[in-house]
Design a protein around this ligand. Structure first.
Ligand code: B3K
Ligand code: ZN
Length: 885
């Protein structure tokens, strides 16, 4: 097992100027002929060996240097790669021929087949599974690709760039030739060949060029690409308007494939997508699906500039392209839909999942310092926290300053492979600011803790905020501390804030010795302890801090009362903080209920009934009503519950849900009635329509918890009559919550029969059953593995069934360990098929330290059992070994 380290970076000793690839695709064997123009990138006095990465499944057939076969003593082949011991001095041509078996490739990396079609996935290090190459992102070459295949089996042959040739070949075969004029690292290479249908549209860029947009799918699915196409056009326009970035080729292709490890891939001009992120019609896709499609189509498109034109020097810099591109897709979605709703959703996800990652054995800075398998570092930390770090620049520099920085970044680095430091320097230089205080965000793991104490002095009318920062995560980080990082230093935390007067009005802000700031300011907290004194404050205000969640920290406001929170809820001008006030109340309530249940062994024994939340519900409006009755995620609550009992926490949630349903019944019924779609109403994916469906379905979920036969009857009726997937799957989920009685099995069967031919819809059916909290459900999930709707080689299938199961507190965390044992079995079985999918499953165990002693022991036992298994992949080994340390 090899470990790569950031500090070991050295520039490549050779560069590859251009590469000609010739793919001879076959039924079983595929031949790849690669011809590279190699340039020295070392001192003239040296003749270092040239190492080209490879992998076990690539068989070397021939090596030639400047047209001559290379004598065997001149090179060495190992499973890790090919070494040319003494390459010629100066520039030379290197030709390498390899044989592959794409049909046997279940890792879904490199070149593989999905439903009989060929496709590739090269990021991070999959290109070495196709041919021997300098598989590192700082080697940027020009590519020409010839693809030859059987014409009947593969009528469509695609690669990056422009189509420059095509024709017939012998034996019923044909070919195409593609040329990509832009230099790129090999991780952006793509090839697709197969029997696909295409839908075409055009986009005219700001400079008047016409770009052909094509989406390819299997024939059966081609009617479901309109929304993705519209999303693509909207993202192209948005990037021109917001960042001044124009598309750079005359063709942009998207291909949908069913078997795909991740969501999608930004290969230059040939994006490959998991089909669940392309295909959508209102009857098959939910509001959530439509939103994700829009966001991911945007994300991959935006990579054309942030990732492709300017790429990463090495994989430690992944957040350079991912954090930035997530930030861009979040902003795009916010502009297309409801900005406040989007912000709340993003923050919820960050807190529920990324904060947990920061608090566990895999904790790493957004720019990790080392890895065994890069695939394990496509994490919430690199992506989502990375995007929050980009947001810090925006908070500090303002939108206009941020744009200036982006412009300079492209001006300086177009066509280069660069580092996060280069990005920071461009932002700083464009604004004439010293931003070195932001650098620590790249190198420190863990979520900073910020506490705030306030003091009002009526005598001199001053109001003082005292901030203290400390980092958590460091001590619980189970990796050996990296040099220089046993403790954490303070970071720059921009605190966007305002002060609310007792009457709800905004207090004009003026810092001691400073000028008037208006009603909102961004305080730069940079020291371990720091205070800000506001002058001319007539009455003790209520502070509204960290507006819009201006930094990814845990904040505690000392002495904040329920009255303060209700005051913010009623009057804050920042919509995020209004929501946050309600959310903090809900967290307090759930933690109090949990603590009481723990003491008395009786859930809800002390009769805490959720009055605060009833109050919150009454005070918020529109899009936020659905959020106002959404209870905080367990993972967010557990941050302050040591050694949590997940089943007790689940019971508390159930209790509170029933209490709220009973107390709010008339309001919930009104919400259903007022937000129901009119008969014959067309489905629309708009912020307003989504908000109405969200509230209606949330309300139905609550009503379901009442266990009232009348409600069950209504749900069944709604399930049968639903005219879109959002309402249909929600009604089914609510029936499940209601216990369903005899109605549930029949509804599940009905749903299956209706959607038997639609694998993407069946993913929802699998996930719903897998996540059931009916005790003993593990047996049913084991049985589902044998169901025709489930395919163990399909990542989506695994994510729905297994990760769906891991979300069930009752069954995954069953006290007898049966849920853990099942997941242990799954990891071991999957690791033989697909390392990346297997390592995602292990993540279910990495939080084991958050649970009670008995569960910790049971989870640890499964980790140990996995660790003790022979032939483990590096992917799984890395996560398991770090967890057990
Ligand atoms: N860049 C790809 C992720 C590749 C994952 C490799 N294991 C998708 C994205 O972030 O856009
Ligand atoms: Zn990305």
């Amino acid at each position: 097992t090899l470990r790569a380290a950031l500090q070991d970076y050295t520039p490549p000793p050779y560069l590859i100027d251009s590469v000609h690839l010739n793919f001879l695709l076959g039924d079983t064997v595929t031949r790849v002929e690669s011809c590279m123009q190699v340039l020295p990138n070392h001192a003239a006095s040296e003749r270092p060996p040239l190492f080209l990465h490879g992998c076990e499944d690539v068989k070397l057939v021939a090596v030639k240097v400047n047209g001559e076969s290379l004598p065997v003593e001149q090179y060495e082949v190992e499973s890790s790669g090919l070494t040319l011991k003494t390459p010629p001095a100066g520039a030379f041509e290197l030709e390498v021929h390899t044989d592959l078996h794409p049909d046997q490739n279940t890792s879904l990396e490199g070149l593989y087949t999905s439903g009989g079609n060929f496709c590739t996935q090269c990021e991070a290090e999959g290109f070495r599974g196709i041919t021997f190459f300098m598989d590192r992102p700082d080697v940027m070459a020009k590519y020409t690709t010839r693809i030859e295949a059987d014409k009947a089996a593969c009528p469509v042959l695609l690669s990056n760039g422009n189509l420059v040739g095509s024709g017939e070949a012998e034996g019923g075969r044909h070919f195409t030739v593609w040329e990509d004029p832009f230099r790129k690292p090999c991780y952006l290479f793509a090839l697709v060949a197969g029997d696909l249908c295409m839908k075409e549209d055009t986009f005219t860029t700001c400079s008047g060029r016409s770009v052909a947009l094509r989406i390819f799918t299997r024939a059966h699915d081609i009617g479901r690409v309109d929304f993705a196409m519209q999303s693509l056009k909207r993202s192209m326009k948005w990037d021109e308007e917001v960042f001044g970035l124009e598309y750079d080729l005359d063709l942009f292709n998207i291909v949908a494939v069913d078997d795909f490890n991740m969501g999608a891939m930004e290969n230059k001009s040939l994006n490959i997508f998991n089909s669940r992120l392309v295909l959508a019609t209102p009857d098959t896709a939910t509001d959530g699906d439509f939103g994700r499609i829009e966001g991911v189509v945007g994300h991959e498109y935006f990579h054309n500039w942030t990732g492709n034109r300017v790429t990463c020097r090495d994989w430690f810099q992944l957040t350079l392209k991912e954090g930035l591109t997530v930030y861009r897709d979040q902003e795009f979605s916010a502009d297309m839909n409801s900005r406040p709703v989007r912000r709340v959703e993003d923050v919820c996800r960050l807190r529920a999942a990324q904060f947990q990652e920061d608090n566990g054995p895999m904790a790493h800075p957004i720019r990790p310092e080392s890895y065994i398998k890069m695939d394990n570092f496509y994490t919430l930390t690199v992506y989502e926290k990375g995007a929050e770090v980009i947001r810090l620049y925006e908070a500090v520099l303002g939108k206009a300053g941020f744009r200036k920085g982006m412009d300079l970044y492209f001006q300086r680095h177009d066509g280069q492979a660069v580092t996060c430091d280069d990005f920071l320097a461009a932002m700083a230089d464009a604004n004439g600011e010293d931003l070195s205080a932001l650098a620590k965000w790249y190198s420190q793991a863990g979520t900073p803790r910020l506490s705030v104490a306030a003091e009002y002095s009526p005598a001199d009318k001053t109001y003082t905020l005292r901030f203290k920062q400390a980092s958590c995560g460091a001590r619980r980080l189970l990796l050996p501390p990296t040099p220089g990082q046993p403790t954490k230093d303070p970071v720059l935390i921009p605190v966007r804030m305002g002060l609310l007067a007792p009457d709800g009005g905004e207090v004009p802000l003026k810092l001691r010795g400073g000028e008037m700031l208006g009603s909102e300011a961004v305080l730069r907290v940079t020291k371990a302890e720091q205070e800000f004194v506001f002058e001319g404050v007539e009455q003790a205000p209520v502070p509204s801090l960290l507006r819009g969640f201006s930094a990814p920290v845990h904040m505690t406001v000392e002495g904040q009362s329920d009255e303060d929170l209700l005051h913010l809820l009623a009057h804050d001008t920042d919509s995020f903080n209004r929501w946050e006030a309600g959310h903090v109340l809900a967290k307090k309530l759930m933690r109090a209920l949990y603590a009481a249940a723990k003491d008395s062994n009786e859930v809800g024994g002390r009769g805490l009934g959720g009055t605060g939340m009833v109050c919150v519900y009454a005070r918020v409006d529109g899009a936020f009503k659905a959020f106002a009755i959404s209870l905080p995620e367990n993972s967010e609550l557990m941050d302050k519950i040591p050694e949590a009992d997940p089943i007790l926490l689940h019971e508390v949630r159930e209790f509170l849900t029933r209490q709220l349903a009973a107390r709010l019944r008339p309001e919930l019924e009104a919400a259903v009635a007022e937000n129901d779609s009119a008969p014959g109403e067309q489905y629309e994916f708009t912020a307003a329509a989504c908000a109405r469906r969200a509230l209606k379905n949330k309300a139905l979920g609550y009503l379901a918890a009442l266990g009232d036969p009348g409600v069950t009857e209504q749900l069944l009726h709604r399930f049968r009559g639903a005219t879109n997937m959002t309402d249909e799957i929600n009604a089914l989920a609510a029936l499940d919550r209601a216990g369903g009685g005899s109605a549930l099995p029949a509804a599940l069967t009905g749903f299956y029969q209706k959607w038997e031919q639609e694998p993407l819809v069946l993913l929802k059916w699998l996930a719903l059953q897998a996540g059931s909290n009916v005790a003993g459900n593990v047996a049913a999930v084991r049985r589902l593995m044998a169901h025709p709707a489930f395919h163990i080689t399909n990542p989506n299938s695994c994510y729905s069934l297994f990760l769906g199961f891991a979300r069930s507190p009752v069954n995954f965390h069953a006290a007898d360990g049966s849920g853990y044992e099942f997941m242990g079995d799954v990891v071991l079985q999957l690791d033989k098929i697909n390392h990346q999918v297997a390592s995602r499953m292990v993540s279910a165990f990495t939080t084991f330290k958050n649970y009670d002693q008995q569960r910790q022991a049971l989870m640890r036992a499964q980790l140990q059992r996995i660790m003790d298994t022979e032939g483990l992949s590096d992917n799984v080994f890395e996560i398991v070994s770090k967890s057990l340390k």
